[in-house]
Structure formats: structure tokens, C-alpha cells
Design a protein around this ligand. Sequence first.
Ligand SMILES: CCCCCCCCCCCCC/C=C/C(=O)SCCNC(=O)CCNC(=O)[C@H](O)C(C)(C)COP(=O)(O)OP(=O)(O)OC[C@H]1O[C@@H](n2cnc3c(N)ncnc32)[C@H](O)[C@@H]1OP(=O)(O)O
Length: 208
Amino acid sequence: MVLASAAPGIFSAGLDILEMYQSTPERCVAFWRALQDAWLNLYGSRLITMAAIEGHSPAGGCLLAMSCDYRVMAEGKFQIGLNETKLGIVAPFWFTDVMLNTIGHRETEKALQLGALYSAQQALSIGLVDKVVPLAEVMPTVEGELKNWLQIPAAARVITKTSMRKAVLDRLRSQKEKDAQFFADFINRDSVQKSLGMYIASLQKKKN
Ligand SMILES: CCCCCCCCCCCCC/C=C/C(=O)SCCNC(=O)CCNC(=O)[C@H](O)C(C)(C)COP(=O)(O)OP(=O)(O)OC[C@H]1O[C@@H](n2cnc3c(N)ncnc32)[C@H](O)[C@@H]1OP(=O)(O)O
């Protein structure tokens, strides 16, 4: 399975910030449950999963990419990373776990505190993506890599993948409702709503 985007220049802009702003607790819980299930299915997928990152990939976009087995990113101006702290929010523990599994403890600690967004070359240097190529070559490179992965006996590959990811998946599975409730409480704090409001305004200002 290849994750790619139909929007030129954007792999994924992350979670819909407007869903987290001035929403109701009930809607926040439903929103979060949908995200949890999507992520559990992706990270726990038995399929070979690859991200064709042909554009920006902040926050939830970076989570999607990191949850795949292999990442190819377009060189140039695009950025990738977990930038949550820049919005005044905090990456949930399962976002952090996936980043830890991808780039290790020291880089994750820096990346998360700073809300760092990396260029493709920087992302390559810390292991956040596996390959950087010109934009037009992203999809052919993914397809070529997929052929390599498909050579591996499926059962052996799936057992290996499952055992590598089980602990992180189980950690969320065992506390889904608590996590959803925590999200709804956290996101509706006055201080968090204020930060989100300012961030939304800054996105709109950038456009004008
Ligand atoms: C004690 C422990 C505590 C733990 C607590 C944990 C609890 C949980 C806390 C909460 C965790 C939440 C996790 C959040 C994850 C996320 O994914 S948050 C989203 C982060 N995303 C971003 O920051 C991206 C913002 N967007 C951009 O930077 C740019 O838009 C872009 C992606 C780089 C593209 O730029 P460009 O091509 O120039 O397009 P724009 O003109 O900027 O955008 C077009 C329109 O789209 C709107 N938009 C962009 N991104 C979003 C978004 N994520 N959500 C909603 N809307 C978005 C943008 O405002 C423009 O809108 P219009 O002006 O109406 O056209």
C-alpha cells in the first residue's frame, strides 16, 4: 500500500486544526477515536506500507509517514516533522513512540521540544526518511523499492513487522478511552484554545 497525496505540494497538513478549535468535548472524543483507529490500522497493517512524500508533512502528516515501512521524500522546499509544540499542543505518547522507533531517543527529544520541521535532506540525515529524490522520481522510486520488499516471503516479513511494532500498538490499545478523554480535556483548556486560535490566525495571515 502506497500513501500519496492528490494535493500538489502537501503530503498531509496533519490533523484538521479547525476540528480541535472551539469544538465540543463529545466531538473531540469522536474525532480522536477515529484517529486512533486509523493509526492502529496503519501501524498494525500486515501489508507493506510506503509513503510517497511529495510535499509538506507536518504533525499528523509526519505520523502517517513514520507509520509506513519505508519513506521516500521529494527534495526541495518541503518540510516534515512533529511541530505540535509550535501550536502550543503536545504530541501524544503514541506519536512520540513512533518517532522514538524511527529516529531514536536523542533526536526525538530535540525534535519534539523544538517542534522541529526538517528539510528532506535534514530528515534523511537523522533517518526520518529513507530516501530523498527529485519530485518526479518519488513515485517510481517507491514502486522500485516495493518490488524489493515483495521478494521477501510474506509470512516471515509480517511476523517480523508485527513483533517489532506490538509493544507500541498495545500501549495505545490498552488505554484508548482514557487517551481520547485526555485529548478532549487537554484540547479544550483555555490556554490551548488560545494557542490554537493564534496559530490559525497566523496561517490565515501568511496567506494574505
Ligand atoms: C502531560 C502530557 C500531556 C500530553 C497531552 C497530549 C494530548 C493531545 C494534544 C493534542 C495533540 C494533537 C496532535 C496534533 C496533530 C496535528 O496534526 S496538528 C496540525 C498541524 N499542522 C500544521 O501545523 C500545518 C499547518 N499548515 C501549514 O503549515 C501549511 O498550510 C502547509 C501545510 C505548509 C501548506 O502551505 P500552503 O501550501 O502555503 O497552504 P496554506 O495557504 O497555508 O493552506 C491552505 C488552507 O489550508 C488551511 N490549513 C492548512 N493546514 C491545515 C490544518 N492542519 N488544518 C486545517 N486547515 C489547515 C489553511 O489555513 C488554508 O486555509 P484557507 O485560508 O481557508 O484557504
